[in-house]
Design a protein around this ligand. Sequence first.
Ligand code: SF4
Ligand code: SF4
Length: 302
Amino acid sequence: MTPSEKIKQHALSLGFDACGICRAESSGEENNLQEWIRMNYQGDMSYLERNIEKRDDPRLLVEGAKSIISVALNYYPHEKRDPNLPGFAYYAYGKDYHFVVKDKLKLLLAYIQTIFPDAEGRFFCDSAPVLERYWAAKSGLGFIGKNTLLIIPGKGSFFFLGELIINQELDYDSPINLSCGSCSRCLEACPTGAIEQPHLVNATKCISYQTIEKKGEQDEDVDTGNWVYGCDVCQLVCPWNRFSKPHTTPEFNPSSEFLSLDLETLQMMNQEQFSSLFSKSAVKRSKLVGLQRNAKQLSKQK
Ligand code: SF4
Ligand code: SF4
């Protein structure tokens, strides 16, 4: 078995559902990123306006970078919230994915160092200017759908992505030759028309942005429907997600308290209760004030 094959096999043994490798080089996406910013589709997410060169070329982010090892971790839930309760995107059901994915990547780096003692690198999970979906597609994990998410053939899109960028040359995978074809279900189903055209999401219209990233009040012209944290509509309608299977990561299992959390409890929640329920969850990103703003917005519609 080659070192690259051993690394991929070890990634799977750590619980990742897919792993692929590509060369660290310029993505050639800089102009597309600049254009997206020029359209102001990033809204309040000003951090996306910075480090565009690093986002384009990971060699500027990690010194000596030669290879990008991309991994995917399933988060499709076993048990779901009642659809009549306020909506939380599936990815927010369990423990904060940043920690779970990074802990596994740390172990993967330690394993690589047993093969290459000089190996050094950094690991990322939605935590730095890294074009995660682009590199995952380049590493052959899947293809980028018209909803801009990575779709893994035979598995769907309910996956967290992570990367290990290291200073060692490895064997590289090739992108897969698949696409959405003539499907346009996500464009038609998006409740706010945020997918302006295939592969182009206007974040300011996206419910995920409005319920998580947006500062102050939600924009009045964006109807966030029943969602109070994120939105899964463009994934739920995607035919590739008929292949989704429940994850096998215990950390992502939701508590019974979370599963039954209703609008009234959400509105009455104090800081102590919020911290006890969400201190280890990605939901803490919105803070209590953001979550209650979203709950208030939802209660106006009821
Ligand atoms: S997450 Fe929801 S609002 Fe955002 S693009 Fe997908 S369907 Fe539209
Ligand atoms: S719903 Fe259709 S168009 Fe949208 S990402 Fe899935 S396959 Fe592609």
